[in-house]
Ligand binder design. Structure first.
Ligand code: TXA
Ligand code: MG
Length: 338
């Protein structure tokens, strides 16, 4: 692989482990080929879009998506936008009613994200959806992003490529400033033309179209396509991650357990030496645990047990977000604070 881009040299801190050299590569067919190769291997790539640069991962891989949360350093799982290349690819993932289709046909490719009910056989993994039954979809209006999605042949999960709580990057160098060696490659396509994040709407059955986040497409523009756009605040699906559909288990969840009590199912972390447990990661790998979390909570519930006992995950890195979600499950609290 011939990479001609500028090399970013990390500042070596005394005593720290060497970090891998980082690459900013000008957009080209070769750069896209290299990026696809990295994405297939579960690595993260800085992807230009017309709004802001995204931190791209294979949206179908729980492990790759776990790395996104890890890289952003976010203490909670906030669902990610799945970027697709066409309306057809979007409707393969989620139920689009007439309103969603009209919005998509009018504004895609472009800075509009549509949250819709995910199909049971959709390919976007549960961790990218943060365990919700909805999925956020967008066709970006950027030739490099579109080429990358088509070449990968799968949806690309990409939050803005900044650390949690920081400003979204609008050029390739910003991505490096934010994320350093956590990203394997940044495809440089110059400055983003829109510069603010996409507008997010939720289009769900028996609900008005809710505006979840203002952005590149104005409310007035949306109103040219749909009759009404409601403010989401106070309706339980307003702030990101606060969807009513956010999954909360039926069974009682007991935290910080080291063994199951009678009648309880056990959700372990690391090797317990016992059989019959569900295990977030028997090798104690936090990425694997994050990738398994929502599916296993659902599985425990499906077993119809009265209660589940859950072992703690280490309170570092992704373990913070895992424990946060487990605490919510235990409290029967479906919401994730913004
Ligand atoms: O312009 C953009 O939207 C950029 C580029 C890279 O596409 N992406 C971006 O992603 O801003 P991010 O993760 O920074 O913001 C996405 C927002 C999050 O606040 C998240 O909570 C919300 O979308 N979101 C994602 N899936 C959702 C869902 N199923 N329901 C409600 N909100 C959702
Ligand atoms: Mg963001």
């Amino acid at each position: 692989m011939r990479i001609t881009g500028q090399r970013w040299q990390p500042q070596e801190k005394a005593g720290s482990a060497p970090v891998r050299p980082l690459q900013i590569v000008p957009a080209s067919a070769q750069a896209i080929e290299h990026a696809v190769d990295l994405l297939r291997r579960g690595e993260l790539v800085g992807m230009p879009t017309e709004t802001v640069y995204g931190l791209a991962a294979d949206a179908t891989s729980g492990n790759a998506v776990a790395r996104v949360y890890e890289a952003k350093g976010r203490p909670q799982f906030n669902p990610l936008i799945a970027h697709v290349a066409s309306v057809e690819q979007a409707v393969a993932e989620a139920a689009f009613d007439v309103r969603a289709l009209e919005l998509a046909n009018r504004f895609w490719p472009g800075p509009l994200t549509i949250v819709a009910r995910a199909h049971g056989n959709g390919s976007v993994c549960e961790l990218a959806r943060a365990g919700q039954s909805t999925v956020a979809l967008r066709v970006p209006n950027h030739p490099v992003a579109l080429d990358l999605i088509r070449a990968l042949g799968r949806p690309i999960a990409a939050p803005s490529a900044n650390l949690s709580g920081r400003i979204s990057p609008t050029c390739a160098a910003d991505v490096i400033t934010e994320l350093g060696e956590r990203v394997a490659l940044v495809i440089d396509a110059g400055a983003c033309t829109v510069g603010v994040e996409s507008t997010i709407v939720a289009v769900l059955p028996d609900e008005p179209v809710y505006l979840l986040r203002p952005g590149g497409i104005t409310r007035e523009a949306l109103l040219e396509v749909v009759a009404d756009v409601a403010d989401s605040s106070g309706h339980g699906i307003d702030a990101p991650g606060q969807s009513r559909s956010h999954y909360a288990p039926r069974a009682r969840v007991r935290l910080n357990a080291d063994a199951p009590r009678a009648g309880e199912a056990f959700l372990a972390f690391g090797d317990t030496g016992r059989s019959g447990d569900e295990n977030l990661s028997s090798s104690g790998d936090l990425r694997e645990a994050a990738a398994n979390l929502f599916g296993l909570l659902r599985k425990l519930d499906a077993r119809g047990v009265a209660g589940s006992a859950v072992a703690p995950s280490p309170a570092r890195g992704l373990g913070v977000a895992i424990n946060d979600r487990l605490r919510r499950a235990a409290a029967g609290d479906p919401a994730t604070p913004a």
